[in-house]
Design a protein around this ligand. Structure first.
Ligand code: ADP
Length: 389
């Protein structure tokens, strides 16, 4: 029985209404015990005076000892009082019964309107747990239940997106792994069948593909670490010109080798930024490395930095192959490459670098974006960092 009550919202609601009604009736009963005799006697006194009796001829035997009473023991007054009390008591019982009936109906209606959407949410959450991520509940109400249904649907929508991203990720990784694996397998089979010569070139091809696989695994590891936020951020005031200097020194040799110019053009009054040095060096290395990769010999890469309000804007600009406008919104999406085949054969990456860079910049509270006038007209990548203090 207790378990039944505990599990039914309607019963609980009815019982709470019942408790309120009982307490109301009790208070009314007790209050009337005290107030009615006095009021009754006052009323009779007035009637006495009006009838010219001079008072104290009739009187109520005061219930509960209330009030002194007019002419105690007078039969007529006492009888009138008893009748009055009896009818008052009956009215009270009738009112209590009517209130209980109303409470029953109201609790049934109200609990129905509360229980139905809660049950719908229970069923929907079970279906979602079984993997039906497209399950939604009906909204439309403006009360707390409506807001709950809205939040529930939002949660279901996000779960659906996570699931879609997970599927997409598995598909992408499978695709990325298949290409070098197929190439390695093909070369090995060619070698075994004697179709391919056992030359240095063949071994170099196999090695290149194995290398690609190993870089992909490293990139994926880094991506999963960054996406899960599984890294420490050591934010402290940093001098952006020192960080740029480090990257220029590190990549200078590769620029010289490819005969691409690299220069830094930083505002003289740059404030210090709040940054994790290693992470920002990682972002800069990625952007400058890309700029080098996508800029043909004879081109130029410039790193600029300037203050804009409470931020420092750092831009890596190149005179390279550029990015067509329709690709610009997607290049920070993982595995996205403007020209997949060219990127692959030209030794390009797996399309993860910019995704990692975006995560790292956003972890600093900054933004990152790309601009390009189109194919062959160079690109500029800008990220922002908050000024320290
Ligand atoms: P990847 O490792 O393939 O370079 P990224 O995430 O770093 O991956 O870049 C994604 C894609 O954006 C690249 O494949 C390339 O098509 C394009 N891209 C990035 N930087 C540049 C650039 N400086 N110039 C032209 N295209 C670029």
């Amino acid at each position: 029985m207790i378990e039944f009550i505990r599990r039914r919202l309607g019963v609980k609601l009815f019982l709470s209404y019942l408790a309120v009604i009982m307490i109301g009736v009790l208070i009314l009963g007790v209050a009337t015990e005290f107030t009615v005799p006095t009021a009754f006697n006052r009323h009779l006194g007035m009637m006495d005076q009006m009838m010219g009796n001079g008072g104290m001829t009739m009187g109520a035997g005061p219930g509960g000892g209330a009030g002194p009473g007019y002419g105690q023991g007078n039969g007529y007054g006492s009888e009138l009082y008893q009748n009055f009390r009896a009818s008052f008591g009956e009215a009270l019982v009738l009112a209590a019964l009517a209130a209980m009936a109303v409470a029953l109906v109201v609790s049934l209606i109200f609990s129905g309107s509360v229980v139905a959407p809660v049950r719908a949410m229970m069923t929907a959450s079970r279906r979602i747990a079984e993997g039906h991520y497209d399950e939604r509940v009906q909204g439309g109400r403006s009360d707390e239940l409506g807001q709950l249904a809205h939040s529930f649907n939002q949660m279901a929508g996000q779960l659906e997106q996570v699931e879609a991203r997970r599927r997409q990720l598995i598909g992408d990784i499978t695709h990325e792994l298949r290409t070098p694996l197929t190439a390695i397998k093909g070369s090995m089979e060619g070698l075994m069948d004697g179709v391919l010569p056992a030359s240095l070139e063949t071994y170099q091809q196999v090695h290149q593909e194995a290398d690609r696989l190993s870089r992909l695994v490293d990139d994926l590891q880094e991506l999963s670490r960054v996406e899960a936020g599984a890294y420490e951020m050591d934010l402290r005031p940093a001098d952006i010109s020192v960080l740029v200097g480090t990257v220029v020194k590190r990549l200078g040799y590769q620029f010289d080798e490819k005969r691409v110019g690299l220069r830094a053009s930083l505002s003289p009054d740059l404030p210090r930024v709040l940054a994790d040095n290693d992470r920002i060096i990682q972002v800069l290395t990625n952007l400058v490395g890309n700029a080098l990769h996508y800029t043909p010999a004879g081109g130029e890469v410039t790193i600029r930095a300037e203050r804009q309000g409470g931020e420092v804007h750092v831009t890596v600009e190149d005179t390279g192959i550029g990015i067509p406008p329709e690709h610009l919104p997607h290049i920070f999406t993982r595995f996205y490459r403007v020209d997949k085949s060219r990127s692959r054969h030209a030794g390009g990456g797996s399309g993860i670098g910019l995704t990692v860079a975006r995560h790292l910049v956003e972890a600093h509270g900054g933004r990152i974006w790309a601009e390009s006038e189109g194919r062959g007209r160079g690109s500029a990548f800008t990220f922002t960092l908050p000024v320290a203090g």
